[in-house]
Design a protein around this ligand. Sequence first.
Ligand SMILES: *Cc1c(COP(=O)(O)O)cnc(C)c1O
Length: 354
Amino acid sequence: MSRFLSERYRVLQPYVPGEQPQNRKYVKLNTNENPFPPNPAVIEAVKKAAEDLQLYPDPDCKLLRTAMADYFRVGPDSVMLTNGSDETLYYAFLAFCDRENPALFADITYGFYPVYAEMTGVPYRELPLREDFTQDIPGYCGNEATVFIANPNAPTGIALTPGELETVLKANKDHVVVVDEAYVDFGAESCIPLTRCYENLLVIQTASKSRSMAGARLGWAIGSPELIADLNRIRYSTNPYNINRMTMAAGLATLQTDDYTRTCCSAVRANREYTAEKLQALGFEVLPSEANFLFARHPRVDGETIYLKLKERGVLVRHFTKERIRQYNRISIGTLAGMNVLLEKLNEILEEEL
Ligand SMILES: *Cc1c(COP(=O)(O)O)cnc(C)c1O
């Protein structure tokens, strides 16, 4: 830290992304990427878009925004595109939280929520998940707070129904409820249709996971035109050219290759069920996941030991040091071959440890 850094940021604890090793080849099951490459049509579209790189992209993202609106059956003014959904989340903290409207989110959820709260100087409260890691729905109700819920939740994978989220929306009529649907395509039901009835609902999605586009950085927010206008005020005051030409083209192409996305998601779901069963057979406790990862612990082997020993053997999973979940590891769902390598290495590790 230099002596020049603003006082504001001296205590900030930045978000720590999962390891992205650039040297050794790992079976990489630590950042919830899709194991399948993007559709060839997406790659072609990106190449084509690169021909116009000398020109700024459209800050209004009109083509992609209207295509997205048609796809989700909402109006074009109900959509805003961002550089990954993390950018939308940041804007939501800036736009809808302050001293009078603190943020409220689960104690075990996406690690970026508390970072954005700190970054934007917004007070926040963490609502403990229940003992079984399910969401405490009544706990979100009537708090005079802006609510952030990941659905399915990360890193647990547990999903809520739109009905449960409606309870939260009805009990927080004077506050925005942000539903982060980064993993919704792997089995949960989207709340996007509810944006037509609830002016306080903001839904956030991303192409990073289900659409195999983590490298493109494309996310979007869907909500009432008023909420979207608020977010655009922030976006135009921060980074109006946030979607580059290649990403814009990739976004259009992925919407047109939906069958491919669905096929990849089905394969991930099948591999998830297969892996959950095998992990249980090895003695792991596995939370019921609707996402592209599993959250699992072994009752007799330390979580960090499992993480480190897997890494030595060339398999990366995600371990968190937070007390309540330090015995767990989050395992992204890869190809069947990848999952079999994981299971084989776990078998070896358990033999050593038990
Ligand atoms: C991955 C993830 C995001 C952000 O993804 P982007 O790559 O920035 O679109 C947001 N929320 C949750 C819960 C995630 O896991």
